[in-house]
Ligand binder design. Structure first.
Ligand SMILES: *Cc1c(COP(=O)(O)O)cnc(C)c1O
Length: 460
């Protein structure tokens, strides 16, 4: 039990307590744990994950959430407000993503539980709308596109053909895509931006290929969907990636990332509702009654819709633009620090998220040093690289300066220790020769440990 977090400070519950615990005691514990955990990222030294970082904003969202937290959005006769919130979230997102430039289609959307949820619903929709002659559908996934596509393909029986990317630009190899479309291909995939490098696939070219071959094109804007439109308005060199690009049929955009809403929401936007309507689920002859749900989830909390709506309407376009301005400017300054070191190499043309490697040493040596200074970056492999997704916490005064100083010392450390194996490389870096049976067992053990092993009931 010793490994269970906080077991040395707070009582461990392996059975439900017979008598209930006082509310104040529970809330005092929650407050203690959350404020200690908040300290980890409030410094602005953690990549991604905390997109807004503003406690006043979180308090406001929590209040909006509280009004509907217990409401089940499946029972719309009892909560027509859920339809107002959901419809308007979808409409505002479609508008932001250029749906007004579509002609002859009827755009629509779904609010899902997150990026993986939006991607899963898109994969399902493409499968369900495949031509009857399709034996086993496939999609073409740039290697850099998110694992959620592979997960959805695994769940729904859609093969992912993995397209290589250019090692310098990190963008998908268009010739490969063109050459590998077959009669079972239902859709192509492009990212704006991808998670690893913060780079954007050539969506215009992918759209042209999709139109030529009469297949769909999903743009994964889970990360970029709510910030790139404002980056473009601010004049950053971002090629069109939304519904203004002919051929784009679906876009995922996460409200729970740069949409600054609570965790547990994302929007899947469709150029035409017919594709969305293809993936509804209903069982009309069930003895329990007629059942229908718009997506994979059954009951959903009305609170998440209310809080997401509240975030969008409260911030407004000017709020999102102001936040984007600070994030892009901070990212550019942090990138300048990286580029000032000849031993570091930026991966492709980054945006608000940047990733770098080194041709002179294992870049995880840089990560090892940065960790000692409280930085938490995300690790990549093939090649080993580390990334920083710039969010609002990094835009606080002093963070860029700390980054510049600490990075310089980290590079000096890496150059001095270039013959040594980095400590953090074992966790994040590439396994030489790819996955092994031992690595497979190790990963399973780590996941079990994360969820319940630490509190497992001892054998009687
Ligand atoms: C985060 C992310 C996803 C997956 O989203 P979840 O919300 O973690 O399920 C998919 N694509 C990209 C580019 C992402 O950044």
């Amino acid at each position: 039990m010793s490994g269970l977090p906080y077991s040395d400070e707070y009582e461990v519950h392996r059975t439900m307590p017979e008598e209930g615990t006082d509310k104040q005691r529970i809330l005092a514990m929650m407050s203690d744990l959350s404020s200690r955990e908040n300290h980890v990222w409030e410094s602005g030294q953690c990549s991604g994950t905390m997109y807004c970082g503003d406690h006043d904003h979180y308090d406001f969202l929590n209040e909006a959430f509280a009004h509907f937290s217990y409401v089940n959005t499946l029972q719309r006769d009892m909560c027509p407000s859920a339809t107002k919130f959901e419809a308007e979230i979808i409409a505002m997102t479609l508008d932001m993503l250029g749906a007004n430039s579509l002609t002859g289609t009827n755009p629509g959307g779904l609010v899902t539980s997150g990026g993986s949820g939006s991607i899963a619903h898109a994969v399902l929709a493409y499968r369900e709308s495949a031509a009857p002659s399709t034996s086993r559908p496939n999609m073409i996934k740039p290697e850099t596109a998110h694992p959620a596509f592979a997960k959805a393909g695994h769940l729904f029986g859609v093969d992912m053909k993995i397209a290589p990317v250019d090692p310098v630009t990190t963008q998908v190899d268009l010739d490969w895509v063109r050459a590998n479309i077959d009669s079972n291909t239902v859709a192509l995939i492009g990212s704006a931006t991808n998670y690893g490098y913060g780079t954007i696939d050539p969506i215009g070219e992918l759209g042209a290929i999709a139109l030529e071959h009469e297949v769909g094109l999903h743009v994964d804007g889970c990360l970029g969907g709510f910030i790139l439109p404002f980056g473009r308005e601010l004049g950053y060199p971002i090629a069109p990636f939304d519904f203004s690009v002919p051929g784009v049929t679906t876009i995922s955009a996460d409200t729970h990332k740069y949409g600054y809403a609570l965790k547990g929401t994302s929007v899947l936007a469709f150029a035409d509702q017919s594709l969305r309507n293809a993936q509804y689920f209903y069982l009309t002859d069930w003895s329990g009654g007629k059942y229908c749900s718009p997506g994979i989830d059954g009951s959903r909390s009305g609170g998440l819709l209310a809080a997401t709506w509240a975030a969008m309407v409260h911030l407004g376009r000017s709020g999102y633009r102001r936040y984007a301005e600070a994030i892009f400017a901070t990212s550019a300054q942090m990138q300048t620090a990286v580029r000032s070191h000849p031993s570091l190499r930026m991966m492709g043309q980054p945006s608000f998220l940047f990733s770098f490697t080194s041709d002179e040493f294992d870049v995880y040596l840089v990560n090892d040093f940065l960790r000692t200074r409280g930085w938490r970056l995300n690790g990549q492999q093939y090649p080993n690289a580390i990334h920083m997704a710039v969010t609002r916490p990094q835009t606080q005064p002093g963070v860029v300066e700390r980054w510049t100083t600490d990075l310089a010392e980290a590079v000096a450390f890496a150059l001095a220790h270039r013959d040594e194996a980095p400590k953090s490389g074992a966790i994040y870096g590439g396994v030489a020769g790819g996955m092994t049976a031992e690595a497979d067992e190790f990963i399973k053990a780590v996941m079990a440990d994360m969820m319940d092993q630490q509190a497992a009931i001892p054998a009687p």
